[in-house]
Ligand binder design. Structure first.
Ligand code: TRP
Ligand code: ZN
Length: 452
């Protein structure tokens, strides 16, 4: 059978070039060497050297396929141990294996690369990718920054497991998501240490992180025995992290059993980046977080990480739920009720930013992290709660992530699932009106009444 090249994008409505077609990554094994002092030493050098071993399965007969990679120099590519031709255009690394790959075959691509990774500026002006602060560097990948430090299929649809081995200079630490092999690696002759982190549960590449620097590491267990690893930049107040077990318990009560094998936090130096990120098992905070922010990023472990939006257009399924989790937490902890929060937001004038577009249809790359996705998304969930009633809504909160465990889902999956919980045709019809008015139509909905 004649193979054809895999697509150069995963057909995301907002990011057409992100990700690639023709294969499905199973595992990333990344061996990285970070030596800032080496920078500029030689042409193919730079502070970062990497070997990415990517195990994937062909989903079509493949003559060639792409990986996403921004910047950095690729020095060699092999497929199943044989040299492969490769070329670069923009953020696409095209690999042409010596022999075509038959649909269904597993294959291993090894990419050797080096250079100076950098930040990536997003449409909304925020920065992601490889960021540098006083305590060190950190890699953040939402929505596309992971391509600044390793080649991959960088679309949320292609989840994979990860092994990350990172060698860093004396005195520095390398912290990631997943479970560490040890927190006390033996230094080599130069005092350099190698840190190994394993993510054994499927993870979208935008949820991978790596922080290198003088972080203070601590390891503990929650009362129920879940390992917790925290990394805190020097001088940051980390007392709020004592609340992690509480927040996890509350979240598991609301959303179902915690779906990963460890938890924790990476607290950066303020000034490194302006936002938090729900990196899998170990959210990154831009400085000492509030409890509300911890609740938000913890909820993302279920909504965003365990069940991941199928495309970036579906991001309200992450941010709407994480925001609603904050409302529920406040309601359960002597704060305003979710209804009060809803009412306060509904009172904002029709020309406010909250109403500029519907949550399920962000118009451009610029609108991923805007109020309609977060707040109006949460308001939509509140309407669903009122229509379904407390018991059925509680079932939705645990049932929805479980239904798409370690997978992806889109808005239509959610609306169908919510409708399946409706007790009668009238409720189903009211939900349908809610999708039209709250999720899909531009402008402020005429009525605050659920299904109205
Ligand atoms: N997804 C992150 C959160 O809600 C927020 C985030 C990521 C963000 N990138 C951003 C916010 C860029 C503003 C700008 O936890
Ligand atoms: Zn969020």
């Amino acid at each position: 059978m004649q193979g054809t090249p895999g697509a150069a994008g995963a057909l995301d409505p907002l990011f057409p070039r992100l990700g690639n077609g023709g294969y499905d990554v199973r595992h990333y094994d990344l061996a990285l060497d970070w030596a800032p002092a080496r920078s500029g030493e030689r042409a193919e050098g730079g502070p970062l050297r990497g070997t990415a071993r990517i195990t994937a399965r062909a989903t079509q007969n493949l003559s060639a396929f792409n990986l996403d990679l921004k910047g950095l120099e690729v020095t060699s590519v092999t497929v199943d141990g044989r040299p492969a031709r490769h070329g670069r255009a923009g953020t696409e690394l095209t690999v042409r294996p010596e022999r075509e790959l038959d649909k269904g075959t597993a294959f291993r691509t090894t990419v050797e690369y080096a250079g100076r990774p950098g930040p990536l500026a997003d449409a909304d002006g925020s920065e992601e990718g490889w960021l540098t602060g006083d305590a060190g560097t950190v890699a953040l990948g939402e929505p596309s920054g992971s391509m600044t430090w390793f080649p991959g299929n960088h679309h949320p649809l292609d989840k994979a497991t990860y092994t990350l081995r990172v060698t860093v200079p004396k005195g520095q630490r390398a912290v990631s998501g997943g479970e560490p092999e040890t927190l006390e690696p033996e230094p080599d002759g130069d005092g350099r240490t190698t840190w190994t982190w394993r993510s054994r549960r499927p993870m979208a590449s935008f949820l991978a992180t790596l922080a290198i620097g003088r972080y203070e590491l601590s390891r503990s267990r929650t009362p129920s025995g879940l390992p917790v690893v925290n990394a805190v930049a020097p001088g940051q107040d980390a007392e709020v992290l004592d609340r992690l077990p509480d927040v996890l318990d509350w979240s598991a009560e609301r959303f179902g059993a915690y779906p990963f094998d460890s938890f924790g936090a990476i607290v950066l130096d303020p000034g490194t980046v302006g936002y938090a990120l729900e990196t899998q098992t170990r959210p990154v905070y831009p400085g000492s977080p509030s409890v509300g922010l911890v609740v938000h990023e913890t909820a993302h472990q279920w909504f965003g990480d365990f069940v991941t939006p199928r495309t970036w257009q579906d991001i309200w399924l992450s941010e709407g739920f994480a925001t609603y989790a904050e409302w529920l937490w406040e309601e359960d902890h002597d704060g305003p009720t979710a209804q009060e929060t809803f009412d306060r937001l509904y009172a904002t004038p029709g020309d406010a930013g909250l109403w500029t577009f519907p949550p399920a249809d962000p118009p451009d790359q610029n609108s991923l992290f805007a109020a309609p996705v977060y707040q109006r998304g949460a308001m939509t969930l509140h309407q669903v709660r009122r229509l379904l009633g407390e018991d059925r809504f509680a079932r939705l909160l645990t049932g929805w992530p479980k239904k798409h465990a370690y997978g992806n889902a889109r808005t239509a999956d959610f609306t169908a699932y919510a409708e399946s919980l409706a007790p009668d045709a009238g409720t189903r019809a009211a939900l349908t009106r809610t999708w039209a008015g709250w999720l899909r139509a531009a402008g402020k909905p005429d009525s605050a009444k659920p299904g109205g």
